[in-house]
Design a protein. Structure first.
Length: 148
């Protein structure tokens, strides 16, 4: 398998997880765990580790200390695919976590969908949107004590 195929396979796996998370008619715990919350991130993590750990030591002049070192590290297709898998795995984990928390507040799936799309497309910005939404919902909904 070449690097373009590895990249494409990684994207397909992650997209499957996001489709389960966003479009599934109801979040079934076993399916969420097997897919977006655990299974797919684990597969991406195994591939990442197999690529990134040896690739780090194979990279000439690569490292994390300076921008030039990071540029050199990601200059190899192997490390670029590994870096992409890093993003895919962690964004999917964060998306599953956000969905679980919003489900806990009974936030409509229609409201969750654009939030989860934002996590998918823009990672940390989508996470921020999810946390702000959670805080607003918790603040605007009456608690059990005030509802009586």
């Amino acid at each position: 398998m070449d690097w373009a195929q590895a990249f494409s396979l990684s994207n397909t796996l992650a997209l499957l997880g996001w489709l389960i998370l966003i479009l599934g008619p109801r979040r079934m715990p076993w399916l969420t765990r097997a897919g977006p919350a655990m299974g797919i991130p684990l597969l991406l993590s195994v591939s990442y580790a197999a690529l990134a750990v040896p690739g780090f030591f194979m990279s000439e002049g690569g490292g994390y200390g300076t921008l030039d070192q990071v540029r050199a590290l990601l200059g190899a297709d192997r490390m670029l695919v590994a870096g992409w898998q890093h993003y895919l795995a962690f964004d999917l984990l964060v998306g599953a976590w956000c969905a679980q928390r919003l489900d806990g507040l009974s936030v409509s799936r229609l409201i969750q969908a654009p939030i989860l799309l934002a996590v998918f497309m823009f990672g940390p910005a989508g996470f921020l949107l999810s946390v702000v939404t959670e805080a607003l919902v918790a603040r605007l909904r009456p608690t059990e004590a005030t509802a009586r």
